[in-house]
Each structure stands twice: as structure tokens, then as C-alpha cells.
Design a protein around this ligand. Structure first.
Ligand code: G1P
Length: 300
């Protein structure tokens, strides 16, 4: 029987320099889309997919993240006293059970592959998920859950995949895929992967998006690989290695809208889209956006 995926790694050690000065004092993952921090979207998606153990790979200056997941007894008792049951429930839904979370420090910024490798002892010999909280995916069935369901059929290693414009390939891990006949439905069979290739060297325009289901062999590969693109230990290279070793790497074209919340424009797009999708905000916010667009059109 295939082992259930119950552990997920959240690499959150990055400095978030694209969001300076905000990230001078708050971790990027605490920045909010409407009223929930980025990391909450990642946690909710992991929970929906059946994840029970949450492993955060952090760095200096990220203590606000640890506090965020802790219980807040004072706040809770104040809300209880004031009979604010809705807010109390909302708050409780963000609490994590004792022992469900582990924090590890990546003490040098050596790349995504290195961050994942830092969690090797907690992963031990089990398959695991990796979620990059910068990639926020709005979907009817959360993306990782879609992947867990597909993975129950395939086993092996699976990465979320999405077509990107050719001139954007150099910002992603790019898949080299088998011919269409060998691909079934949303799954593609991967025969190569390259991290951030130059546009003319990209083997396709199918990009890796930040959701992975990986076998523990990836940790062994990470033990051995040398630094790659940008002088960093790349997760992409460790997965590519597994194609050679076992030929069991799949790309999964998820259903949903992905927002690149690692960029300012993507973050703003997500803010607008999530704002409009909220029943309590959509009317007022939608009217405001319409007025704004009309004024913009009139001024042009
Ligand atoms: C990382 C991965 C890359 C992947 C991307 C998805 O890059 O290294 O393969 O395509 O996430 O968001 P980063 O955006 O952290 O540079």
C-alpha cells in the first residue's frame, strides 16, 4: 500500500527583499491578502490535503511566524468576555495543535534544495509535500489535494505545472516532457527538468509551480548534489536526478488560478481577486474598482 502524505515542508527562510521596507520588520509570509497572512493560505491548503505535520524551515528574523501559530490566551479571553464568538472561532481555526509544528533554521541562504534538505531528519523515510507560500493558488479543490489524489494513482515524484509565456521561462523550473501520447489527462511524464533556463534553451513552456510531492530519495539526492543555478542547491536538480535514477517524475497541470505573491504585481492581483471573491467585501470593493477604472479610462 502507498504511504499517505502527512508531512509538509514550508521553506520560509527567504529575506523577502522584493518587499522592503515592509519586510524589514515582518516576515514576507505574514503579509496579508485581505485579512489572512500568506502563510495561512498555505496551511489551509496543506490541511485540506491531509497534512498533519508542518515543518517550517525558517531563518533569523522570522519569530513573528512562530508567534502567529501559537494560541493567544489573552486575546481569546477578551473576545469570549465580549461575546465575539465569530472572531473567537476564526482565531481558533488558526491555532495549531501542540507537536504538529516543527521549526528548523536554515542558517545560510544556500537555496531551496538546501532548505528542503534541512528537514531530512524529520522526513526520515516517508514521502512528503513541499509548499512554497509565495505561490498562492485559488482553486475549487485546493491544489495540493488535487495532487495527492493524482499521486495516489502514480506514486513517485510530482510537481505542480503550469504553462507560462516563453519570455518568463527564465524565472521558473521548466519541464522537458514526453510526447503527448504518453501523457494522460492532467498528468505529464517528465523526462528532464532545468532550473531557470535562458528563454532559447527552455525545453518547453511548462513551468514548475510551488507544490511538490516527493519521495525520500530526493533527500539522498540533495545530500550529494553540487550547487547549480545561481550558486544555490536547487530542488529542481535533485528531482531531475530522480528521473535518471527511477524515471518516476510527473508534472500535474492543476486546475486553479495561481498568483505569484513573491512579486509586487502578483501580490496586488491576488489582493484584488481575493477581495472581490469575499461576499462581505465584493459589492463595495467592486463598485470602487469600477469607478476607478472609469476614471482611468476617462483620463486617457
Ligand atoms: C522556485 C523554484 C522554481 C519554481 C518556482 C515556482 O523558484 O526554484 O523551480 O519554478 O519556485 O514559484 P523561486 O521563485 O523561489 O526563485
Amino acid at each position: 500500500m502507498k504511504k499517505k502524505i502527512t508531512k509538509a515542508i514550508f521553506p520560509v527562510a527567504g529575506l523577502g527583499t522584493r518587499f522592503l521596507p515592509a519586510t524589514k520588520s515582518i516576515p514576507k509570509e505574514i503579509m496579508t491578502l485581505v485579512d489572512r497572512p500568506l502563510i495561512q493560505y498555505a496551511i489551509d491548503e496543506a490541511r485540506a490535503a491531509g497534512i498533519k505535520e508542518f515543518i517550517f524551515v525558517t531563518s533569523r528574523g522570522k519569530s513573528a511566524l512562530e508567534d502567529y501559530f501559537d494560541h493567544s490566551p489573552e486575546l481569546e479571553s477578551t473576545l469570549r468576555r465580549k461575546d465575539k464568538t465569530d472572531l473567537l472561532e476564526l482565531l481558533k481555526s488558526t491555532n495549531m495543535d501542540s507537536g504538529a509544528i516543527a521549526y528548523l533554521r536554515q542558517n545560510r541562504p544556500l537555496g531551496l534544495g538546501h532548505a528542503v534538505w534541512c528537514a531530512r531528519r524529520l522526513i526520515a523515510n516517508e514521502p512528503f509535500a513541499v509548499i512554497l507560500p509565495d505561490d498562492v493558488i485559488a482553486a475549487e479543490t485546493p491544489c495540493l489535494q488535487q495532487m495527492v489524489e493524482a499521486h495516489a494513482e502514480t506514486g513517485g515524484n510530482m510537481v505542480a505545472a503550469m504553462e507560462v509565456p516563453a519570455d518568463k521561462a527564465s524565472a521558473y523550473g521548466i519541464l522537458d516532457v514526453q510526447k503527448a501520447a504518453q501523457n494522460i489527462g492532467d498528468l505529464v511524464s517528465v523526462k528532464g527538468m532545468v532550473e531557470k533556463p535562458a528563454a532559447k534553451e527552455a525545453p518547453s513552456n511548462l513551468a514548475v509551480i510551488g507544490r511538490y510531492i516527493l519521495t525520500p530519495d530526493i533527500m539522498s539526492n540533495l545530500n550529494k548534489i553540487k550547487s547549480g543555478k545561481g550558486g544555490e542547491i536547487q530542488l529542481t536538480d535533485a528531482i531531475a536526478q530522480e528521473i535518471e535514477n527511477s524515471n518516476n517524475v510527473y508534472g500535474y497541470r492543476f486546475k486553479g488560478q495561481r498568483y505569484d505573491c513573491g512579486s509586487k504585481s502578483g501580490f496586488l492581483q491576488a489582493t484584488v481577486a481575493f477581495g472581490l471573491s469575499r461576499p462581505d467585501l465584493c459589492d463595495e470593493f467592486g463598485d470602487f474598482l469600477n469607478d476607478l477604472m472609469s476614471m482611468r479610462a476617462a483620463a486617457q
